[in-house]
Design a protein around this ligand. Structure first.
Ligand SMILES: O=C1C[C@@H](O)[C@H](O)[C@@H](O)C1=O
Ligand SMILES: [Co+2]
Length: 299
């Protein structure tokens, strides 16, 4: 019996990547979901290639899998909240139909995550008025998400205006804890700031969803030095699954448990699936979770 109030998932991003839909395009939904079962995970997040809710629910039920949530790119600052609410509601409705728990929001105004720009040096920075507009808009979206039984979790992300620990502080200070929770992504904060524990300690009470993404230090250093874009960096192998990089997930997991975190921890490691076999890496993650996190040997 699983006594942990935590659900373990793995994201489609190792098989197919919404930031670069051309990679892994031959990997079907059936292939992905069946690999997830083989690797022993309970669910996944919705990818851009997923079908309508009815078709997805059928495939999930056949494999006893669940949906944790789905990414939503918001443009609150660029477009204004009024224009964001309609597509947001549409996505919430879909997520309600597939019985998801969270909607993952990332403000993409000025984002360079999908461009060829140097992700280590050219991120956008919001001014005071923009921060206020963003925070107020997120509070509104959080209230809308609740109508659909979902929790809005904000994803700090490389190449965006909410990337560093300081920027996450600003966002958390400016938003209502009842409407906006935090998605803690180990890989993004490590690549951005190096220290991944400080953010976790500071905002542990606001965390509503977790992405476990590991990083290869030597590749990261090389990408930073050569000023690579976000996409070039992950194609070079900057990210990997837990157990294959330099992040110590034991301290992360322990702190989450200590503070009674419940909800999803989703393994999320974007690599080129032609280089990093998705099932092989899912199994590496599974072995690490089982051996280093769940059934740790006491010494
Ligand atoms: O949660 C995520 C979703 C992806 O689309 C994104 O680019 C990735 O880095 C991530 O952390
Ligand atoms: Co993530």
């Amino acid at each position: 019996m699983n006594e942990q109030p935590i659900r373990w998932g793995i994201a489609p991003i190792g098989w197919r990547n919404d930031d670069m839909p051309e990679i892994g395009a031959g990997n079907t939904l059936s292939h992905l979901l069946s690999d997830i079962v083989v690797a022993g995970f309970e669910g996944t997040e919705v990818g851009g290639f997923f079908p309508d809710a009815q078709a997805l629910n059928k495939e999930l039920a056949l494999r006893n899998l669940r949906i944790a949530g789905q990414w939503f790119s918001s443009y609150i600052i660029r477009d204004g909240i009024e224009l964001v609410i309609e597509p947001f509601r549409k996505q919430c409705q879909y997520l309600k139909e597939v019985k998801a728990d969270v909607i993952v929001v990332s403000e993409q105004t000025g984002s360079i995550q999908g461009t060829e720009q140097n992700v280590f040096a050219e991120k956008p920075n919001f001014n005071e008025a923009e921060w206020e507009q963003l925070c107020a808009g997120l509070n509104e979206l959080g209230a809308v998400a609740k109508e659909y039984g979902l929790r809005l979790v904000y994803h700090h992300h490389m190449g965006t205006g909410v990337q560093t620990a300081e920027e996450v502080d600003r966002l958390m200070d400016g938003t209502d804890p009842a409407q906006v929770a935090l998605l803690y992504d180990t890989g993004h904060i490590f690549v951005s700031d190096g220290d991944y524990m400080m953010l976790l300690r500071k905002h542990i009470g606001r965390i509503g969803h977790v992405h476990f993404k590991d990083a290869r230090r030597a590749v990261l250093d090389d990408c930073r030095e050569s000023g690579k874009s976000f996409m070039q960096s992950f194609l070079s192998g900057m990210f990997t699954v837990p157990g294959d990089g330099c992040i110590d997930f034991r301290e992360v997991y322990d702190l989450l448990l200590e503070h009674g975190y419940y909800g999803w921890i989703v393994i999320e490691a974007e690599q080129d699936p032609d280089v990093a076999h998705p099932l092989e890496y899912a199994l590496i993650a599974r072995r690490y979770i089982d051996g280093q996190l769940l059934n740790r040997l006491q010494v």
